[in-house]
Design a protein around this ligand. Structure first.
Ligand code: SF4
Length: 435
């Protein structure tokens, strides 16, 4: 095997090579859709930030329960919330859910998820059509042949009438079987047939693009069309979205469908979405986590925010850099402090976001011992380096790279929280005062 390691330059010519390029997400170049409720407009695509969305798992007919979950998702950071609209009763409930939200001052736009009977529900329940800010149509579930085309057109006509954007959401689990069959037939006639997977990818991408064209033919503004082609395997999703983004400039809704539960769902979603977002693919994301028993639905929003923040695409919460701990931190003091600080910052953010603009970009370091503690703490805006087991019971605190004081005793956590709060007031409160 060749040794690819480049020789290190001699002293005196230390920087004579090429600098190492800084990694950054590629620019996105899509059209921009406007999803609005009243004066509140959420732009998706183009130069808008990558948006976070989520979906309720309540029975839409249960108006109060659904409105409360929408509120929780919105407060957690979801900028759009989708609800199932599957029956006449659900369609009738939608305007009441909207009213409840308006009463609670929650202006998050609602997206209606339609399958099979969307054409009837949207035409027979105009108040539902108006209360929703966007419709999701699955071209695989609108009906077959000419009837399917007619029913699809019916839904798009409603979108045009009320000026609502539409997501054409293709899903591998409910792919248009006629299209798949015609591609299989065409493949059988090729001298060098494609792999089955490539036919599958082609069917998904074609279904989305052809449906978008059909929506435009009905009169829908192309800027008001979003596309998605969801798959449940990471490499399949990456393949399909790469293909999709090469062939269209519609805004793309990105998500791994049926991601699963817990660590599996979180990691699979992060893996798939990160690759694509880094390539500039994806204008709005949803993390489709199956909640673990007792887990809040908002966990999917927490994961979505973390993905965007980890990639440096957006900042929602101050970031806490913490070492993993090791044999030098055998007590739980370090873990407790890290959790307390993290919980404290997250719980305060709904208030701080308005009071202290810019605080979401703050970096806090909570480190276990002197090995990396002082170094990481100096790089953060504010940091603390705890005493490792067996070290002197003192914890130096660093602010803006300078060691400013050392905490001792058994209330290090409380005192550090107070210092963080004072720092935020001083640094970010000044921004508010200047405005
Ligand atoms: S900073 Fe110290 S406690 Fe934390 S992982 Fe490194 S050596 Fe272990």
């Amino acid at each position: 095997m060749n040794d690819l390691t480049l020789p290190i330059s001699d002293a005196g010519s230390l920087l004579d090579g090429e600098p190492i390029a800084e990694a950054a997400p590629a620019a996105r170049r899509t059209r921009q859709a406007r999803v609005a409720w009243g004066d509140h407009v959420v732009t998706v695509g183009g130069d808008a930030p990558v948006r976070v969305q989520s979906m309720t798992n309540t029975d839409t007919v249960q108006v109060i329960e659904t409105a409360i979950q929408v509120k929780e998702l919105a407060l957690a950071g979801s900028e759009l919330v989708r609800i199932t609209v599957n029956t006449p009763e659900a369609a009738a409930a939608v305007p009441h859910i909207r009213e409840q939200l308006d009463r609670m001052n929650i202006n998050v736009p609602l997206v209606g998820d339609f399958h099979y009977n969307g054409h009837r529900l949207l035409t027979e329940y105009p108040a539902c059509a108006e209360a929703l800010s966007k419709y999701r149509i699955n071209p695989g579930n609108v009906g077959r042949g000419e009837k399917g085309d007619r029913q699809f057109a019916q839904m798009v006509e409603v979108a045009c009438k009320y000026d609502k954007p539409v997501r054409i959401g293709v899903n591998w689990g409910s792919l248009d079987q006629e299209l798949l069959k015609s591609l299989m037939d065409a493949n059988a006639k090729r001298s060098k047939p494609w792999e089955l997977k490539q036919i599958m990818y082609e069917a998904l991408v074609r279904s989305a693009i052809e449906s978008a064209q059909a929506a435009r033919d009905v009169g829908l503004d192309p800027n008001q069309i979003l596309l998605s082609c969801k798959m449940s395997a990471v490499q399949d999703l990456i393949s399909v979205y790469r293909g999709l983004s090469k062939r269209t400039d519609y805004a793309l809704h990105l998500g791994l469908t049926e991601a699963g539960m817990g660590a599996k769902g979180t990691v699979a979603s992060a893996a798939a979405l990160s690759v694509l977002l880094q390539e500039g693919i994806g204008d709005t994301i949803r993390v489709s986590l199956t909640p673990q028993p007792g887990e809040a639905r908002t966990q999917e929003v927490v994961v979505a925010l973390e993905i965007l923040q980890s990639l440096g695409l957006r900042h929602f919460n101050p970031s806490v850099t913490a070492c993993p701990g090791c044999g030098r931190t055998t007590s739980t003091v370090f873990q407790d402090l890290t959790k307390q600080i993290d919980d404290f910052l997250r719980s305060q953010m709904p208030v701080w976001r308005d009071r202290f603009p810019g605080v979401e970009g703050m970096k806090v370091a909570v480190m276990g011992c002197i090995v990396n503690g002082p170094g990481e703490s100096k790089h953060a805006d504010i940091g603390i380096s705890l005493p490792g087991t067996g070290e002197a019971p003192s914890a130096p605190v660093y602010i803006d790279g300078e060691r400013v004081l050392t905490l001792r005793g058994d209330n290090i956590a409380g005192e550090f929280r107070a210092i963080v709060e004072q720092y935020i007031e001083r640094r970010y409160g000044a921004v508010t005062a200047a405005h």
